[in-house]
Every structure is written in structure tokens, then in C-alpha cells.
Design a protein around this ligand. Structure first.
Ligand code: PRP
Ligand code: HPA
Length: 196
């Protein structure tokens, strides 16, 4: 399969790589500012832990952390609920756990997309049960039209969102359909005939 073939599976581009890069810079500046104002968050003992949700958040996280000017730590958790389809089974499960102890730490969860909300609400509850001091969320996309499960941030946690996503199944910049399209540099709408 050539690169041209992948692009031809996309109905329309919603956000170009330049638009994403600009927004990622803005989010990183906001996070840097918010977590520097907490007097001791710039020392490594209370620096936030960035928890990426694999696999989808890998590109967003890589770009975001390089623009955050704080002594952060990075870890990943793998949570799956979509299998190879486009519909959440609604029962997320952790298939690869954290390495870093999040007890008494500020955590920033990095997601590619919040759709039904079930992955995020499950992960926030998990981090809370592990004793995180605060849980913030930084998601590239938020698709509120599909929300089924609400989530509550922990402590002084904040919600950062790159773009509000219309109600389409989107791929690219980490987001997949059946493990494909993650390497597209933009976010676009997959042609419905490819998954319906
Ligand atoms: O709000 P929700 O309806 O829970 O959907 C959001 C989740 O779905 C996707 O993960 P997926 O389970 O497809 O795994 P992936 O990251 O490996 O693509 C995405 O990366 C989010 O983690
Ligand atoms: O629109 C989407 N695209 C890819 N993965 C997803 N997981 C939840 N929603 C989506």
C-alpha cells in the first residue's frame, strides 16, 4: 500500500498538521503556566506525571511533552475497549499498567480523543484509587455529541482540549481504524464505506 492509497481513504481533513502543531504549542504553554504557578510544582518531587493512553496518544504526547517547560515524568497505560471496530464495547480494561507510582503526585492524562467517555472515567477512577493528588486531562479531541459516561477530575485537576470534534469517526495523528491510519500527519474523516 502506498502513501497515496492511505490519503485516498480520507473523506475530508479536519485539522492539518500545521493547525495541530499550533494548538499543541498553545496547550503546552497553558500547562507550563498552570503547573508553574503551584509554588513547588517546578521541583522534581512534585512535578506532574504525564500519563499517555496507548496507543492513540503516542504522537500527541510526543509533540506535547517536548513543548512543556517543566521537569515532568512520562508513563503509559494501555486501556482498550474498541477492539478492531468503531463502536466501544463500553467496558474498558487495563492491558498494560503504569510503571511509576502516582501516589501523592499530580497526574496529567494525555488522550487522543474523548468519545463516549468510558475510557477516561475508568482511568480517572483508577488513578484516584492509586492516591493521585490531582488528575488533569489533556485531550487532542473531544467529541461531546457521543458522550455516555461523565467523568470528574480529581483535586485541582484541569481539563485541556485541543479541538471539539464533530460526530464523525476520525483517524490520523495517532487515531486508528483497525490499527491503520495512525501515521497520517493530520486528522481526517474516514470514508464511511471503508468501515460500514
Ligand atoms: O471515550 P471512549 O469512547 O472510551 O473512546 C476514547 C478511547 O478510544 C480510543 O482507544 P482504543 O480503545 O481504540 O485504543 P487505541 O488507543 O489503541 O486506539 C482512544 O484512543 C481513547 O482512548
Ligand atoms: O473517532 C474515533 N476515531 C478513532 N478512534 C476512536 N476512539 C473513539 N472515537 C474514535
Amino acid at each position: 500500500m502506498s502513501a497515496m492509497d492511505l490519503n485516498s481513504h480520507i473523506e475530508k481533513i479536519l485539522w492539518t498538521d500545521q493547525e495541530i502543531s499550533q494548538r499543541v504549542s498553545e496547550l503546552a504553554s497553558q500547562i507550563t503556566q498552570d503547573f508553574s504557578t503551584n509554588s513547588d510544582s517546578s521541583s522534581s518531587s512534585s512535578a506532574p506525571i504525564i500519563v499517555g493512553v496507548a496507543t492513540g496518544a503516542f504522537l500527541f504526547l510526543a509533540d506535547l511533552v517536548r513543548k512543556i517547560q517543566l521537569p515532568i515524568s512520562v508513563d503509559f497505560v494501555r486501556i482498550e475497549s474498541y477492539g478492531s471496530g468503531t463502536v466501544s464495547c463500553g467496558k474498558p480494561k487495563i492491558t498494560c499498567d503504569l510503571k511509576i507510582d502516582v501516589r501523592d503526585k499530580h497526574v496529567i492524562v494525555v488522550e487522543d480523543i474523548v468519545d463516549t467517555g468510558s475510557t477516561l472515567s475508568f482511568l480517572i477512577e483508577y488513578l484516584k484509587s492509586k492516591g493521585s493528588l490531582s488528575v488533569s486531562v489533556c485531550t487532542l479531541l473531544d467529541k461531546p455529541a457521543r458522550r455516555k459516561v461523565n467523568f470528574e477530575l480529581v483535586g485541582s485537576g484541569k481539563f485541556y482540549c485541543g479541538f471539539e470534534c464533530p460526530d464523525y469517526f476520525v483517524v490520523g495523528y495517532g487515531l486508528d481504524f483497525a490499527e491503520l491510519y495512525r501515521n497520517l500527519p493530520y486528522v481526517g474523516v474516514l470514508k464511511p464505506e471503508l468501515y460500514q
